[in-house]
Design a protein around this ligand. Structure first.
Ligand code: GAR
Length: 220
């Protein structure tokens, strides 16, 4: 049996998506090793979660660096030292410098609370409501230099109900995120999913459109 996939998580806040990864691992659904949780915020609750689980943490404060690029190179240097196979952005609320992430191309994924390519950036729930969308959701994608613009691996969707507001949408979407992210990580951990020069490959076939989280599985 090959060694478990080594994962570093980057997160800025609450860490519920990280907790979902931990829980999936506990249930035996993810054969991975969490080698580091890195944050830009010293008081991020995600750090407590990691420490309670015995996972190493590190914090780099952006204010201590001259600019974004200097920060990002320092951050990825620190992360690289723990030799991860995969970087998972789980609520990491910073834009990453394109040069700094180049060495991680194909080895970094992000969860974003919209049905990409809709609503890159912030306030996704508000924007979906304002646009009168009937459907909203979350996406897991490979990270490229383009903000929230990398190839989308999988999505989970929900119907927007009359009376939904930003809070109700976020609250109903979060449990879907918690299923979607571990399911995608499991595909990578089992070697079924990868990104190469041709795009996303699933079971050695090009993935022509994002997978959908439906009835508890990732479906084509
Ligand atoms: C999640 O909803 C995630 O999709 C979003 O931040 C939240 C983090 O929650 N990510 C982004 O907006 C990235 N642009 P968590 O800290 O509880 O996992």
């Amino acid at each position: 049996m090959s060694a478990p996939l080594r994962i570093a998580v980057l997160a800025s806040g609450r860490g519920s998506n990280f907790a979902a990864l931990l829980a999936a691992r506990e249930r035996g659904e993810l054969s991975v090793e969490f080698v580091l949780v890195a944050s830009d915020k010293a008081d991020a609750p995600v750090l407590q979660l990691a420490q309670s689980a015995g996972i190493p943490t590190t914090v780099l404060n952006p204010r201590e660096y001259t600019d974004r690029r200097a920060y990002d190179f320092a951050l990825f240097d620190r992360i690289g030292a723990s030799k991860p196979d995969l970087l998972v952005l789980a609520g990491f609320m910073r834009i990453i410098d394109g040069e700094a992430l180049k060495p991680w191309a194909g080895r970094m994924i992000n969860i974003h609370p919209s049905l990409l390519p809709k609503y890159r950036g912030l306030h996704t729930h508000r924007r979906a409501l304002k646009a009168g969308d009937l459907e909203h959701g979350a996406s897991v994608h490979y990270v490229t230099a383009e903000l929230d613009g990398g190839p989308v691996i999988a999505q989970a969707a929900l119907t927007i109900e009359a009376g939904d507001d930003e809070n109700t949408l976020a609250t109903r979407l979060l449990p879907l995120e918690h299923q979607l992210l571990p399911a995608v990580v499991a595909l990578i951990a089992t070697g079924r999913l990868a990104l190469d020069d041709e795009g996303i490959q699933l079971d050695n076939e090009p993935l022509r459109k994002p997978l959908r989280w439906q009835k508890g599985i990732l479906a084509p």
